[in-house]
Ligand binder design. Structure first.
Ligand code: ADP
Length: 583
C-alpha cells in the first residue's frame, strides 16, 4: 500500500508539486530576465539575483522530474543530463579558474549585485544542480528500484541540506552560509527552490520504494543521517569562514573558539543517533506489523478451527444417529436370528429322534436276520443284508456326527463334568477298538500313568479318543498302535501313535476341515465321513477346553494328540448347554 491521504498518494503528490514549483520558478525568473523585471530576479535589490542559468536549471529540473513521474524516463534522463552538465561545468569553472563561456551563453548579464563572475551561478547552486541532475539520471534509468531509490533519496537529502543551510544563513544573517568564500552567493529563491526540489526528489524515491509490507522504505535512516550531516557540516563551514572574516577584520580575539568544532561533533553524533532511532523505530514497526499479521493469521486459523469443530460436531451427531439406527436394525436382525436359531435347534432335536430311531431298527433287525435268528438265509441274502447293515451303521455315525456338530455350533450341546481316573477312560477306548485291531493283526499298547485324576466331560473325552484310535486302526495295515498320556502343568496330553500309512506334509493342514478324506489306497476299503477329526477338534476346544495336534511321516505313521486341562473350572460343573437330547 502506498502512503495515501484519501485517494491522494502523498509522496507522489509532493514529487509532482515539487516538479511543478521548480518549473514555474524557472519560467518566472527566465521571464524576469527577458522582461527586466528585477523583482522576479532578485526579490529585493539588496540581495543577489537568481542567475539565468540557475533559472534554466530549475525549469529543466522541474520538467525532468515531471517526465520521470509520467513514465517518460528517456526525456527525464536527457533533461537530468543537461541539468548536471550546467552544474558540473560551472563547478569546473570555479575549481579550474577558467571561463568556459557558459555563464552568459543565453543572456547578457545586466544585474551586478554581489556576483564574483558576471552571470555565473553560485558554487553551492552548481553543486545542487549536479546532484539534481544525477538524481534525475538515476531515476530515469533505475532497474533495481530499492537500490536506486536509496541513492536518489541520499542525493535529495544532500540538496535539501545545502539549501536549508543557505536559507538558514539568510534567516540569521550568516552570509557565509549562502555565499561560499566570497564567491557568487546562492539567491534566496534559489535556496527555497532547492529545498523544494530536495523534498520532491526524496519523496519520489520514497514513493517508488514503499512496498505493501511497510510504509517507510528500509533505507530511510540513510537520507535522514546524511541530511543532518550535510546541514551540520555546511553550518560548520559557514561558521568557520565567518570566524575567519572576523579575524581578518579585527585580528585574533583571545583564545580560539571551539564552539564550531563542538557543533560539528554534536551534529554528527545527532545524525547518527537520529538515523539509529529511525532505524530502530522502523524495526519496531516492522515487528509490530509482523505481530499484527500473525494475529490476523491466528484469528483466521481460530475461525477455521471453530468451523472445523462445528463440522465435526455435526458429523458426530450424524454418526450417532446412524449408529443408533444401525443398532436398532442389528437388534431386529439379532431377534430374527435368535428365532431362526430356535427353529434350527427344534429341527435338530426332532431329526435326531426321527432319523436315529428308524436307523437303529434297520441296523438291529438286519443284524438279527444275518445271525440266522429268524431262520436260515442263503449266501446272497446274507451278503445283501450285511451291506444294508454297514450302510445303516455308516449313516448312523454320519447323522450322529452332524447332530453333534450342529449342537456345538448352536451352543446346545449338553456337557457333564464329572470326576474320574484317566486310565479308566483310556482302557475303555482301547477296548472299543480291540476287536477290529486284532482282526487286522495290529498290536495295541498303552503307557498311561496311574492316578491321573480328571474333572471334565468323560463321554466327550472318550469320543475323542475313540475317533483317534479308530482312525489309527483304519489307516494302519501292520505294526502297532500305542496310546500314551503325559501330565504337565495341570494339563494332560494324550496321544495316539500308529505305524500306518501316514499323511503327506502338505495335506496336514486339511485334516481338521469338515468332510475331508485324503486320497489313499485304503480310502476305498474303509468307511468314513470326513467329519471325525473336525468334530474331535470342536469337542476338544469347546467342551474340553483344550486343543488337538498332529504330526506324521508319510508311509511311516502318525501321531494325533489331545491336550486338555485335567480339571475344568468347577463353575462349569454339570453344565447343561441347551437340549439334553443328544442320545
Ligand atoms: P474319516 O471318517 O474319513 O476317518 P476323519 O475326519 O476321521 O474322517 O479323518 C479325515 C481323514 O484324515 C481321513 O479320511 C484320512 O485320510 C486321514 N486320517 C485320519 N487319521 C489318520 C491316520 N491315523 N493315519 C492316516 N490318515 C489318517
Amino acid at each position: 500500500m502506498k502512503p495515501s491521504f484519501g485517494h491522494i498518494q502523498i509522496p507522489n503528490l509532493l514529487a509532482r508539486l515539487g516538479g511543478v514549483i521548480s518549473a514555474v520558478l524557472g519560467i518566472s525568473v527566465l521571464t524576469g530576465w527577458y522582461t527586466h523585471n528585477e523583482t522576479l530576479l532578485q526579490i529585493s535589490t539588496t540581495v543577489v539575483p537568481m542567475q539565468f542559468n540557475t533559472a534554466l536549471g530549475f525549469l529543466l529540473s522541474g520538467l525532468g522530474l515531471l517526465f520521470v513521474i509520467g513514465r517518460h524516463r528517456g526525456v527525464g534522463t536527457i533533461l537530468g543530463f543537461f541539468v548536471m552538465l550546467i552544474g558540473l561545468l560551472t563547478l569546473a569553472e570555479y575549481i579550474l579558474g577558467v571561463d568556459l563561456g557558459i555563464d552568459q551563453l543565453f543572456m547578457q548579464h545586466y544585474i551586478t549585485t554581489e556576483t564574483s563572475h558576471p552571470g555565473r551561478m553560485a558554487p553551492n547552486t552548481a553543486l545542487c544542480f549536479s546532484l539534481t541532475g544525477a538524481a534525475l539520471i538515476v531515476l530515469g534509468n533505475s532497474v533495481k528500484i530499492r537500490k536506486s531509490s536509496m541513492i536518489v533519496s541520499v542525493l535529495g537529502s544532500l540538496i535539501f541540506g545545502l539549501a536549508f543551510v543557505a536559507l538558514a544563513g539568510y534567516a540569521v544573517g550568516l552570509e557565509a552560509a549562502y555565499g561560499w568564500g566570497g564567491l557568487t552567493r546562492m539567491a534566496v529563491h534559489t535556496a527555497s527552490g532547492f529545498m523544494i526540489l530536495g523534498v520532491a526528489v526524496t519523496s519520489l524515491a520514497w514513493y517508488r520504494s514503499v512496498s505493501t509490507s511497510s510504509l517507510l522504505p528500509s533505507w530511510f535512516p540513510a537520507p535522514v543521517g546524511i541530511g543532518v550531516v550535510t546541514i551540520t557540516t555546511s553550518l560548520w563551514q559557514a561558521l568557520n569562514s565567518y570566524n575567519d572574516q572576523l579575524v581578518e577584520q579585527y585580528g585574533p580575539i583571545g583564545a580560539p573558539s571551539y564552539v564550531n568544532h563542538a557543533l560539528l561533533v554534536i551534529g554528527i553524533v545527532l545524525a547518527a543517533a537520529l538515523s539509529l532511532t529511525v532505524f530502530l523505530a522502523q524495526a519496531a514497526r516492522a515487528r509490530g506489523k509482523e505481530a499484527e499479521a500473525m494475529n490476523r493469521r491466528l484469528a483466521v486459523e481460530s475461525n477455521e478451527r471453530k468451523q472445523a469443530e462445528g463440522e465435526i460436531l455435526r458429523l458426530n451427531e450424524g454418526l450417532e444417529r446412524t449408529v443408533s439406527e444401525r443398532t436398532l436394525e442389528l437388534e431386529a436382525a439379532n431377534k430374527s436370528l435368535q428365532e431362526l436359531d430356535r427353529l434350527k435347534s427344534m429341527f435338530i432335536a426332532s431329526m435326531s429322534h426321527e432319523l436315529r430311531t428308524p436307523l437303529n431298527s434297520i441296523i438291529g433287525f438286519s443284524s438279527m436276520i444275518v445271525q440266522d435268528m429268524t431262520g436260515p438265509i442263503n449266501d446272497q441274502q446274507r451278503d445283501y443284508l450285511q451291506r444294508v447293515q454297514r450302510a445303516g451303521e455308516h449313516l448312523l455315525s454320519l447323522i450322529t456326527d452332524v447332530i453333534d456338530i450342529s449342537k456345538i455350533e448352536a451352543g446346545k450341546l449338553a456337557v457333564q463334568y464329572t470326576h474320574f481316573a484317566l486310565d479308566e477312560v483310556t482302557s475303555e477306548a482301547l477296548e472299543g477298538v480291540d476287536t477290529e485291531a486284532r482282526q487286522k493283526g495290529l498290536e495295541l499298547s498303552e503307557g498311561i500313568p496311574a492316578g491321573i485324576e480328571m474333572y471334565t466331560d468323560r463321554k466327550r473325552l472318550l469320543q475323542c479318543l475313540l475317533n483317534f484310535l479308530s482312525n489309527a486302526v483304519k489307516y494302519s495295515e501292520r505294526g502297532s498302535i500305542r496310546l500314551e498320556a503325559r501330565p504337565f502343568d495341570e494339563q494332560v496330553e494324550i496321544s495316539v501313535n500308529d505305524t500306518g500309512i501316514g499323511i503327506p506334509e502338505q495335506e496336514l493342514g486339511l485334516l481338521f476341515e469338515p468332510f475331508v478324506r485324503l486320497e489313499s489306497p485304503l480310502k476305498r476299503h474303509t468307511t468314513g465321513t470326513g467329519l471325525g477329526l473336525y468334530l474331535t477338534r470342536k469337542l476338544a476346544r469347546e467342551v474340553l477346553g483344550g486343543e488337538v495336534s498332529v504330526s506324521s511321516q508319510f508311509g511311516k505313521g502318525s501321531a494325533f494328540s489331545l491336550r486338555i486341562p485335567q480339571r475344568m473350572p468347577s463353575g462349569q460343573d454339570d453344565k447343561e448347554r441347551g437340549s439334553n437330547d443328544d442320545k
